[in-house]
Structures are given as C-alpha cells and as structure tokens.
Design a protein around this ligand. Structure first.
Ligand code: FES
Length: 78
C-alpha cells in the first residue's frame, strides 16, 4: 500500500432538474442564466428559462437552435 488516496466510485448526484442537457442529435439545453460565446467571440445572454444552443452547426440563428438539426438528421438517413 502506497498511502495514496484512491477515490472509490462516486455516487450519482441526485438532481431533479439538471442545468445542462445534451439532446441526442440535437441542441444543448441550458437551464437558467448563462452567457454563450459564439465562434466570432460575441457574447449572447440567455433570456428564457430554458435555452437551446445549436450543436449541429446548421442553425440560421446561431448560437441558438432553430430546429434545422431535424432536417439534417432526416437528410442523412435518405
Ligand atoms: S442543434 Fe438544432 S439547429 Fe443545430
């Protein structure tokens, strides 16, 4: 035994409403107040209780999701 601390498995946090949710093939949902920096370095403050941030790169209103990811997902299946 080396005396080093060996952390064991950590218990899952009991969170009723997570602050960040990654939607499969879709946006990242943010709960609460956040500032998002876009690819040009511009800051965008969230204004809704839950905001959807584009992760597909196809939105016309970046950094926010406009639903385009659904079309991209559909066209990739065709
Ligand atoms: S994730 Fe919805 S438009 Fe990109």
């Amino acid at each position: 035994m080396t005396g080093e601390f060996q952390p064991g498995p950590q218990p899952e946090p009991q969170v009723e409403h997570p602050d960040v949710i990654f939607c499969p093939d879709g946006p990242m949902l943010l709960r609460g107040d956040h500032v998002i920096e876009d690819e040009d370095g511009n800051a965008h403050r969230t204004t809704r209780p839950v905001s959807a941030v584009c992760r597909c790169g196809g939105s016309m209103i970046k950094p926010w999701c406009d639903g385009t990811h659904k079309l991209l997902r559909r066209s990739s299946r065709d």
